[in-house]
Design a protein around this ligand. Structure first.
Ligand code: ADP
Ligand code: MG
Length: 396
C-alpha cells in the first residue's frame, strides 16, 4: 500500500478523505478524537507544500443540503487543532468548492461541505457514484484515503474517486491496519470480543464470523436484546431490532455447539425512559418489566464481563455497554474499560462512540493497546472481510 511518503506533493492539490463523523452538541464537537487522528497526515501534507482539500461526511442527511449536518463545527475545530485557517466551501463539488480550490495555495486548507449533501455519494448505482467521484477528482491531482472508519463503504469519496486519481493511504489508515492486523494474524488466546452499542443492524452480521475465531463474545448494549428475545425473554420497551431475533437464535445455536462462546448479560439497569433523572433499578435480564427500557448491563454482568476480559490474551471491544452519555447508565461501559486497562491482553477499542465513551469517562487512549477510529470498519476488517476502500488503494 502506497502512503503519502511515496509522492512528491509540493505544489500539488491533494484531496484527503477523512472520517469526521464526530458527536455534536448544538453546534459544538463534543469529542474530537477523529479530528485529532487526522492531524498527522494533514500536517505532513501542509508542511510539504501541498494545497489540501479535505472531504468528509457527518451524520445521515437525506442526500441534500441540510444546515443541521453542516461540517462548520468540524472545520472550526480542525482550524484550532491544526493552527491554520480552514476555508469551508458552501457545497461539495459546486461553484463554491471550485472557487475555494482555485484560490488554494501551497500550505492552504479547504474543506468541502458534507459529502452526503449529494445523494450520489452513497448511491448504489455505479454510474451515479462515478459522476460524483469524477467531479471530486477534478478538484485535485492526488487522492489520499485517511478516513479509516468509512473504508467498509463502497461510496464515491471512498472508493470511486481512487479509481480516478493517483492515490495513497494516509498515516491513520496505515496505523489502523498495522494494529488491527494483529487481530487476524497474531492472536494471543484467549481471544475475547466485547460487542455493544446501538447500531445493531450494521454490526450483527459480524457475529457469525467472529464466533468462529473468538473464544468468547460478550454482548451488552442494545446488541444484547435480540439475543434475550431469541431466548424468549421479554425486553420491555428496550431498543430491539426485531429483524435480528431469528438471526440471534441461529448464532446462539452455533455458539452452544462451540461450547458457549456467546455470553449475555445476566442483569440490566432499567428505567421508564431514556432520561438521566428518571428512577432506575437493576433487574434480572430475563425479568425486564413490560413498561421498562434496559439502558445498561447490570453490576453482576459487569463483574462477569470484567473477569473474562482480565483473563484474556487479546481483546477487541466495540460498542458501549449502555447509554453512557447519561451517568446512571455508564457503569457497564466504565467497568469494561477498566477491565481492559488492567488486563495483560493486547486490547483494541473500536468505534466512534466507544472511543468517545472512554474519553468522556476519563480514560486515556494511551492506556489501551490501540484505539481505532473505526467501528463498523474495524469489525469488518477483523472478521476478515475485504474493505472496498482498502482494496481500491491496492489497485494501480
Ligand atoms: P460505535 O459508534 O462505538 O460503533 P454505536 O454507534 O453502535 O457504537 O452505539 C453507540 C450508542 O449506543 C451510544 O450512543 C449509546 O447510548 C447507545 N446504547 C448503548 N446501550 C444502549 C441501550 N441499552 N439502549 C439504547 N442505546 C444504547
Ligand atoms: Mg456510533
Amino acid at each position: 500500500m502506497k502512503t503519502i511518503d511515496d509522492f512528491a506533493v509540493a505544489g500539488k492539490r491533494v484531496l484527503v478523505r477523512d472520517d469526521f463523523n464526530v458527536p455534536l452538541d448544538g453546534g459544538r464537537v463534543t469529542d474530537d478524537g477523529r479530528i485529532r487522528a487526522a492531524l498527522p497526515t494533514l500536517s505532513a501534507l501542509l508542511d510539504r507544500g501541498a494545497g489540501v482539500i479535505v472531504c468528509a461526511h457527518l451524520g445521515r442527511p437525506a442526500g441534500k443540503p441540510d444546515p443541521a449536518y453542516s461540517l462548520a463545527p468540524v472545520a472550526a475545530r480542525l482550524g484550532e487543532l491544526a493552527g491554520c485557517p480552514v476555508t469551508l466551501a458552501a457545497d461539495t463539488v459546486g461553484p463554491s468548492a471550485r472557487a475555494a480550490v482555485s484560490a488554494l495555495r501551497p500550505g492552504g486548507l479547504v474543506m468541502l461541505e458534507n459529502l452526503r449533501f449529494d445523494e450520489r455519494e452513497t448511491s448504489k448505482d455505479d454510474a451515479q457514484r462515478g459522476m460524483f467521484a469524477g467531479q471530486l477528482a477534478a478538484l485535485a491531482d492526488l487522492y489520499v484515503s485517511d478516513g479509516f472508519g468509512v473504508l467498509h463503504r463502497k461510496q464515491a469519496s471512498v472508493y470511486d474517486v481512487a479509481l480516478r486519481l493517483p492515490h495513497a493511504a494516509g498515516y491513520l489508515v496505515r496505523a489502523e491496519t498495522v494494529a488491527l492486523r494483529r487481530l487476524i494474524a497474531d492472536i494471543r488466546r484467549p481471544y475475547v470480543v466485547v460487542l455493544g452499542g446501538a447500531k445493531v443492524e450494521d454490526k450483527f452480521d459480524a457475529i457469525g464470523d467472529l464466533a468462529s475465531v473468538a473464544d468468547r463474545i460478550l454482548i451488552g448494549g442494545a446488541m444484547a436484546f435480540p439475543f434475550l428475545a431469541a431466548q424468549d425473554h421479554k425486553v420491555g420497551t428496550s431498543l430491539l431490532a426485531a429483524g435480528q431475533v431469528d438471526v440471534a437464535r441461529g448464532y446462539l445455536a452455533l455458539a452452544a455447539r462451540a461450547g458457549g462462546t456467546i455470553v449475555l448479560p445476566s442483569d440490566v439497569v432499567v428505567a421508564a425512559g431514556r432520561a438521566a433523572g428518571a428512577p432506575h433499578e437493576v433487574v434480572a435480564a430475563d425479568a425486564i418489566p413490560a413498561d421498562r427500557m434496559a439502558l445498561d448491563i447490570g453490576p453482576a454482568s459487569a463483574r462477569a464481563f470484567s473477569a473474562s476480559i482480565r483473563g484474556a490474551g487479546t481483546v477487541f471491544w466495540n460498542g458501549p455497554m449502555g447509554v453512557f452519555e447519561l451517568a446512571p447508565y455508564a457503569g457497564g461501559t466504565r467497568a469494561v474499560a477498566s477491565a481492559l486497562i488492567s488486563s495483560e491482553a493486547f486490547t483494541v477499542v473500536g468505534g466512534g462512540d466507544t472511543g468517545a465513551a472512554i474519553r468522556e469517562l476519563g480514560f486515556r487512549d494511551g492506556s489501551f493497546g490501540y484505539v481505532s477510529t473505526g467501528g463498523g470498519a474495524s469489525l469488518e476488517y477483523i472478521r476478515g472481510k475485504t474493505l472496498p476502500g482498502l482494496a481500491v488503494l491496492e489497485k494501480p
